[in-house]
Design a protein around this ligand. Sequence first.
Ligand code: PMP
Length: 408
Amino acid sequence: MSPLASFSALFAEPAGSAIRELFPYLSRPGMISLAGGYPSPSLFDAEGLAQAASQTMLQGAAALQYGATEGQPALREALAQQARDRGMQAQAADVVVTTGSQQAFDLVVRVLIEPGDTVLVEVPAYPATLQALCLAQANIVAVPMDADGLQTEALAQLLAALPAAQRPKLLYTVPNFSNPRGSLLTAERRQQLAQLALQYGFWVVEDDPYGELRFDGEDGQPLPLPPTVRAIAEQLAPAGRNPVIYLSSLSKTVAPALRVGWMLADAPMLRRCTVAKQTSDLCTSPLAQGVAACYLQSGRYAPTVERARAQYQARMQALVQGLSALPGAPIRCTAPAGGMFVWAQIDRQMDPQKLFDAAVANSVIYVPGKAFYPAQADVHTLRMSFASADVSQIAQAVQRLASAMAQI
Ligand code: PMP
């Protein structure tokens, strides 16, 4: 018998997702998880989704048949409406439905990136983005962030200094409540980013799964969001030449299990991503699309998002206030204005691996910061999600972290 043919070089010894590798710990009895970016199970509107599902099934064959690769017309229209509500120009034909927004990014990488191409990524970055770019053999160049998001001044300097052979093709950013930094990109920086993209001719992926989850300001009103980078670029770019590909998702606001994400981009990009999607999954599950469309039309989406915003704000406050009340403030963080994540720095004297091991031994888990860096990680960082644990569990988690720190 001959030995089996080998895996491709890229998959010979692939590194898996650092976050998914934490899964075995999560099932330990009594573990409080601040690790995954999982929405709160108490927010799932099972009743509304059940109605949407039965309505979808009763519509007949369409929900059970293959569908158009671009997505179902009713859902594309509902998502185009969401895009218009966020200040962008959009018709149904400008939207492609994807199997999670994760797939949308993968498609963009497939249609744009060849081995060695330079891609700019805000760092600390969403790990699956780094993973997709590594598999595409991209030359990943980090752009630093601060509490106001991607530092566009640093980006401008970097672009001016990059040799012509390394001109970037693409930049990836999460302007609203980034994963993991929790930061909100300022309006001025959005403007500068759109201008730089046009000046240097690179594409921008504006990944926005968290924008709806903004907290209330001091006046009790939802914080207004700055315009999207895509909306700004609409004003600056000639028609049909907008370099910004806007991605969003129903995972964080409705349910990740739907696997419904979407992209809004100009026709040449959409056309190529549609062809790439044809070999990926033919189409996003028409059943899931039907449920999503009926749900969005049912009027239950806005109150569901409203509940999520209030619940996450309370949980975020419990986490941030709990951490800052610990004697000596050994874990420092700033309160995000929305989303699901708190990014924190630990004391430089502390050994990050020892802290992680002690935390797990005390039945609390978070994601160590090194997962969010393509190279040269700041290992004295960590990401905590406040979305899944309730306020009392979060208070307990903070006490367990304090015990873990006392033990190392
Ligand atoms: N982008 C970011 C920044 C995310 O945090 C996530 C989910 N953790 C995704 C994309 C993927 O979401 P989806 O479920 O839509 O694939």
